[in-house]
Design a protein. Structure first.
Lengths: 549, 71
C-alpha cells in the first residue's frame, strides 16, 4: 500500500502578534537532520525552534539505507529499536556482470552487535518517527510547519531570522542558527557561499515498485544487488533494494543526454521495469530522475550560523553516505553546541565540529565520487579499463575488489583531531565505539546503551577507574569498582577492546583517550582536551582553506 | 572472448586491497585529458616500467600468458 501522507497543522506562532524572546537555537529545516538535532539537544535540556517550509514528511522514499552507526545514534535518541523493527535488515551485497554474479560482500560477518550493518526504511517513515519523537518534548522542541525562512542576518553575536507563514511574516532572534535546509539550502545561497565540486552528467532513474513476489527470487533474502551491464538494461548499471511494505527500489543508469522529463513518465518507466520483473504484477509507487553531485562547503561554521546535513555536503547516493553522513554531523554537533550554550565549553569547541565533520564529508565525497566514476566511465580509455576489470573479476580476486558499486557508509574516524588524545589501543583514539553485548546490574544490555550520550570512562578487565568530575564510570569484567560493573557476554567486549585497558568515550561515542593505568589527572586532562581546552581562541585548529564568499 | 575456466588464468593473490580504490582513481587521473593515442602510449610505458619494477622474467612471462588468456 502506498504511504499515506498526513499533513501537520500550521499553528500561528507567537511572533506574529508580538516579539518573541531571543531563542537559543533555531533550526531551519525539519528533514532528518534538523529533526535529529532538535531531539539530541532536547535530551541535553537545550530548547530549539524548528522551522520547516512545508507540512508533510519527505515526498518520495529518497533515502532508504540507514547504517549501523546511524541506528546506534538513533538508539541514543530513543528511536533505534522502532526503526529496526520497521525496517528491512540486510548485510550482503552482490555484484553481477551481465547475468553472472562476480563478487559478494558481507558488511557485518560477526554477531554480538545490537544493530545490523544496514536497514532499509523509507525516508518518510524515518521523518514520521522523528516528528513523533520530537513531540515527546513539548517544552523543548517548538516544531513549526509552514514556516519558511526568507531572510536572515547575523547582527552582534545573534541572528535575526525572517519567516513567512500562511498568516503573514514575522521575525525571530536566536543565539545560534543551524541550517539543515537541504541540498539547495536557501541559507547557504543567501550567504553567497561557494558550493562547487564534481557534477556527474549521467542521469539515474529511481523507481519504487510494490510487488508481492520478491525479485530476489526464491530465497527472498533482502540484499543489495548491483549489476554492471545487466541483460535487462544493456551497457548501463542497475541497483536493487528491498524496503518495507513489499516495496522494491530500482535504480537504473540512463544515457548522459537522456531527457529527464520524458524518462520520468510511466510510458518510459513501465517497460524498463517489466524488463526486470517480467510478467509479475506490480504497482509503480514513486519515480524520479536524478543527476548527482559531490560537493561540500569550505567551512561548516560561519559565525553564529552552522551548517549540517545536505546543506553542508551533497554526495551521490552510491554508498548511502548522504543521510548517514548528516546524522553523524548531528551526533558530533549536539553535545558540543549544548556544552557551549550551557557554558561548560568555550565557543572554540565548535571549530572542532567544523574540522571533524569536514573531514567526514571529505571521506564521504572521496568514496562516493570514486564509486560514481567507476560506474560512469567518461572516456574510451576509462571504459576500456572498466571492461577489462570486469572481465578479470570473473576469476581474479584483486579485480573483484576493484569493482566499485558503492563503498557503504562506515563511521568516520577522528584520529588526529585536536580533541583526541593520541594513544594506542584496539579501538584507536578517534574511532567510533564498537558495540558489544553486556550482562549487568539490570540484566542484559549493550555497550552502546551504557556509554553513549555523556563522557564515560570504561575499564575493560581489572583496571581501576579514578573518580573525575563530569565523567561517568563503568567496569567490564571487573568486580570491585564502586561504579556499575558488567560482564562481557560471550567475551565480545574484551575481544574488541582488549583487557587491562581503560577507554574514555566522548558523548558521541568516539574514543577520546585510552589508558593502561588511568589516574584522575590524566583522565581530567583528556576530558578537558575533548571539551576544546587546547583549541586556540582566535585561530581554527585544522588547516583551513580560504572561505570564498 | 572465452570465459571458460580452463582457458582462464589461475587466480593470483590480491595485493592491491585495501588501497584498490586509491590506485584505480590514480590510474584514471593519469589518463585524464589524454587523447586515445596518447593513452595507449601511456599504457605501453606503464607496462614497460611496471615490468622493469617486477624484474623477474619468469613472473613477467607468466603474466603475459595469463593476461592473453582472456582475449
Ligand atoms: C534518490 C536518493 C536516494 C538516497 N538514498 C540515501 C540512502 O539510501 N541513505 C542515505 O543516508 N542517504 C540517502 N540519500 C540522501 C538523503 O536523502 C539526504 O542526505 C537527506 O535527506 C539529508 O537530510 P537533510 O535533513 O539535510 O535535508 P532534507 O531532507 O533535504 O531536508 C531539508 C528540509 O528543509 C526544509 N527547508 C528548505 N528550505 C527551507 C526554508 N527556507 N525554510 C524552512 N524550511 C526549509 C525542506 O522542506 C526540508 O524539509 C538519498 C537521496 C536521494 C535523492
Amino acid at each position: 500500500m502506498a504511504y499515506e501522507y498526513q499533513t501537520y497543522a500550521f499553528e500561528p506562532p507567537p511572533g506574529l502578534t508580538g516579539p518573541e524572546p531571543r531563542h537559543k537555537v533555531v533550526i531551519v529545516g525539519a528533514g532528518p537532520i534538523g529533526l535529529t538535532l532538535a531531539i539530541d539537544l532536547a535530551l541535553r535540556g537545550v530548547p530549539s525552534v524548528v522551522l520547516d517550509d512545508n507540512n508533510v514528511v519527505s515526498r518520495g522514499s529518497r533515502a532508504i539505507c540507514w547504517s549501523k552507526r546511524t541506528l546506534e545514534i538513533f538508539d541514543r535518541l530513543g528511536l533505534g529499536e522502532r526503526m529496526l523493527a520497521r525496517g528491512v535488515t540486510w548485510k550482503v551485497g552482490r555484484q553481477f556482470h551481465g547475468a553472472q554474479e562476480v563478487f559478494s560482500f558481507d558488511l557485518l560477518p560477526e554477531d554480538g552487535h545490537k544493530y545490523p550493518a544496514f536497514i532499509n526504511l523509507q525516508q518518510y517513515y524515518v521523518e514520521e518517527y522523528l516528528i513523533e519523537r520530537a513531540r515527546d518534548f513539548p517544552d523543548l522542541i517548538d516544531l513549526r510547519f509552514c514556516n519558511k525562512v526568507v531572510d536572515h542576518r547575523e547582527i552582534d553575536r545573534f541572528v535575526q531570522v525572517e519567516i513567512e507563514t500562511p498568516s503573514g511574516l514575522y521575525k525571530l532572534e536566536t543565539d545560534w542558527l543551524i541550517a539543515c535546509d537541504g541540498a539547495k539550502s536557501p541559507t547557504r545561497e543567501r550567504m553567497g557561499l561557494s558550493f562547487e565540486g564534481q557534477v556527474f552528467e549521467e542521469q539515474f532513474l529511481i523507481a519504487d515498485i510494490e510487488m508481492e513476489h520478491s525479485p530476489f527470487g526464491d530465497a527472498a533474502v533482502p540484499e543489495r544487488w548491483f549489476w554492471f551491464d545487466p541483460p535487462f538494461h544493456p551497457g548501463k548499471s542497475a541497483l536493487l533494494h528491498m524496503q518495507p511494505d513489499n516495496i522494491y527500489r530500482i535504480d537504473l543508469q540512463l544515457d548522459v543526454g537522456a531527457d529527464a522529463k520524458a524518462e520520468a513518465t510511466e510510458e518510459k518507466v513501465m517497460p524498463r521495469i517489466r524488463a526486470i520483473v517480467g510478467d509479475t504484477p506490480f504497482r509503480l509507487d514513486w519515480m524520479s530522475v536524478y543527476k548527482f553531485r559531490c560537493i561540500m562547503l569550505d567551512r561548516f561554521v560561519h559565525g553564529r550560523v552552522i551548517f549540517a546535513g545536505d546543506s553542508a555536503h551533497v554526495v551521490s547516493p552510491f554508498g548511502a553516505r548522504g543521510g548517514n553522513g548528516g546524522i553523524q554531523d548531528v551526533d558530533n554537533l549536539g553535545w558540543k553546541l549544548a556544552a557551549v550554550i550551557g557554558g561548560q565549553a568555550n565557543e572554540n569547541l565548535l571549530e572542532s565540529y567544523d574540522a571533524e565533520r569536514r573531514h567526514g564529508a571529505e571521506e564521504n565525497i572521496l568514496n562516493s565520487a570514486r564509486s560514481t566514476n567507476f560506474m560512469t566511465p567518461k572516456t574510451g580509455i576509462e571504459a576500456l579499463f572498466r571492461a577489462e576489470t570486469l572481465r578479470l573479476a570473473h576469476n581474479q580476486p584483486f579485480a573483484r575488489k576493484l569493482l566499485n558499486s558503492g563503498r557503504l557508509s562506515l563511521p568516520c574516524g577522528l584520529e588526529g583531531s585536536a580533541l583526541i588524545t593520541p594513544g594506542a589501543a584496539q579501538v584507536a583514539p578517534g574511532r567510533a565505539m564498537v558495540d558489544a553485548p553486556l550482562d549487568g546490574p539490570h540484566g542484559a544490555s549493550w555497550l552502546i546503551e551504557e556509554v553513549q550520550g555523556r563522557f564515560v570512562l570504561v575499564g575493560f578487565g581489572s583496571v581501576p577507574l579514578p573518580e573525575v568530575a563530569g565523567v561517568a564510570r563503568i567496569g567490564v569484567n571487573q568486580r570491585n569498582g564502586d561504579y556499575p560493573c558488567f560482564t562481557a557476554r560471550s567475551g565480545h567486549a574484551i575481544r574488541r577492546y582488549g583487557s587491562e585497558k581503560a577507554y574514555l568515550f566522548r558523548p558521541d561515542g568516539h574514543v577520546a583517550a585510552v589508558f593502561d593505568a588511568p589516574d584522575a589527572a590524566s583522565v581530567a586532562a583528556a576530558r578537558d582536551r575533548a571539551m576544546g581546552a587546547e583549541m586556540q581562541s582566535d585561530e581554527a585548529p585544522a588547516p583551513q582553506r580560504e572561505v570564498t564568499a | 572472448m572465452s570465459t571458460d575456466s580452463e582457458t582462464q588464468a589461475r587466480p593470483a593473490p590480491d595485493r592491491l586491497s585495501p588501497n584498490q580504490d586509491e590506485f584505480y582513481a590514480a590510474l584514471m587521473a593519469a589518463h585524464a585529458g589524454l587523447s586515445l593515442d596518447d593513452s595507449h602510449a601511456l599504457n605501453a610505458r606503464l607496462v614497460l616500467m611496471m615490468a622493469n619494477r617486477i624484474g623477474d622474467i619468469q613472473v613477467l612471462e607468466t603474466i603475459l600468458r595469463d593476461a592473453r588468456k582472456y582475449s
